[in-house]
Design a protein around this ligand. Structure first.
Ligand SMILES: Nc1ncnc2c1ncn2[C@@H]1O[C@H](COP(=O)(O)OP(=O)(O)OP(=O)(O)O)[C@@H](O)[C@H]1O
Length: 330
């Protein structure tokens, strides 16, 4: 009995078509058989996973496990980041969107994901801090970054995070530039831009090579800013970005920095790991190697997005009527 580690499993019963809820008995059994004494907290709504994670730390759990999608993970991290003692975090990607788990090559299959936790091989990762909120994958603002709140959940459930991408394409003709002031180390900019992204990982929302040089543990953000451009240029940059070939495009400003201030005279919402994170102005600070996360030692991911070609996208410049209006209602 002595020496058995205690894990706190924080799961969102509603996420990913209730997969966490359905799988719970089997997940617990596998964790227990693997030697982790595990208790659970089922979240009851927005913000609850943050409280549950903070509480688990107060109660001295050795391991915290977040089971659900990116939303649950974001909340758990926000409950952990300010604590002095931060136990290692296991991730069971059972949500509709599991961007960060994918960036870390954590398997989508729940049994394999449990086994990753049981193997207890971990990596330390940087955490981004903005005012009093924290993110691990990406922060951003500007035209396309607001769309993650707008994607209808039915569409999300059908095709997962690619829904964001489709919604983004559909929204393109309405893109508006914002005026941005950026200050970071030696760089100071005042530009009209379409959007800015402050990334910790290299893979975001279906763009596997958005920030090809980003490392999760180098203490730096990879900042991408898309200058004001027309629709044709925008589409060109997006298609370059899908192949990771956008960094040298004249419309793209790219820098690496541990600290960046962003302000605007416009009303600009901030997106943190897919969640609403307040509005500009903001100061983004990288907390180097702030969190330890269990990852697959082999680095072999079974986690793949459906190829874009299979999604039969209805592109807005061909068919403005399509995609969502019929599908998002009921
Ligand atoms: N019991 C609950 N019922 C409904 N929503 C909840 C509950 N507990 C937590 N939530 C909220 O659900 C949100 C989404 O959760 P999560 O990301 O885990 O699942 P998901 O299936 O990927 O969802 P999404 O539709 O946001 O992609 C969380 O941000 C959280 O605030």
């Amino acid at each position: 009995m002595a020496g058995k580690k205690r894990a706190r499993l924080i799961y969102n019963p509603s996420s990913g078509r209730e997969e966490a809820k359905r799988r719970l008995p089997e997940i617990l059994q596998r964790l227990e058989r693997g030697g982790l004494e595990t208790s659970t907290h089922a979240t009851i709504g927005e913000g609850d996973a943050t409280l549950a994670a903070a509480d688990a730390i107060e109660r001295g759990f050795d391991i915290i496990i977040a089971a659900g999608g990116d939303g649950t993970l974001y909340e758990v991290i926000n409950g952990m980041a300010e604590k002095e003692y931060r136990p290692p975090l296991g991730i069971l990607p059972l949500g509709t969107t599991n961007d960060f788990a994918r960036a870390l090559n954590i398997p989508r299959n729940w049994e394999a994901a449990v086994d990753v936790i049981l193997a207890q091989y971990s990596q330390v990762i940087d955490v981004g801090k903005v005012n009093q909120r924290y993110f691990i994958n990406i922060a951003g603002g500007g035209s396309m970054t607001e769309l993650t709140y707008e994607v209808p959940s039915k569409l999300k459930t059908m095709i997962g995070q690619m829904a964001y991408y489709m919604k983004g394409l559909e929204k393109l003709p309405r893109l508006r530039p914002i005026e941005l002031y950026i200050k970071s180390g030696e760089v100071e900019l005042h530009e009209e831009v379409m959007l800015f992204l402050i990334s910790n990982s290299n893979s975001v929302g279906g763009f596997e090579r958005l920030a090809p040089d980003a490392s999760l543990s180098d203490g730096l953000f990879d900042v991408l800013i898309l200058r004001k451009c027309n629709l044709a240029e925008f589409i060109r940059v997006v298609s370059l970005a899908l192949r990771g070939e956008h960094l040298n495009d004249p419309n793209v400003i790219y820098l690496q920095t541990p600290h960046i201030q962003v302000a605007s005279p416009d009303y600009v919402q901030i997106n943190l790991d897919g969640e609403f994170g307040g509005t500009l102005p903001c100061v983004f600070t990288n907390l180097p190697q702030h969190l330890r996360i269990f990852i697959d030692e082999t680095g072999q991911s079974t986690y793949k997005n459906p190829p874009l070609a299979n999604l039969n996208l209805k592109l807005p410049w061909k068919n403005r009527a399509g995609v969502d209006e019929h599908e998002e209602e009921e």
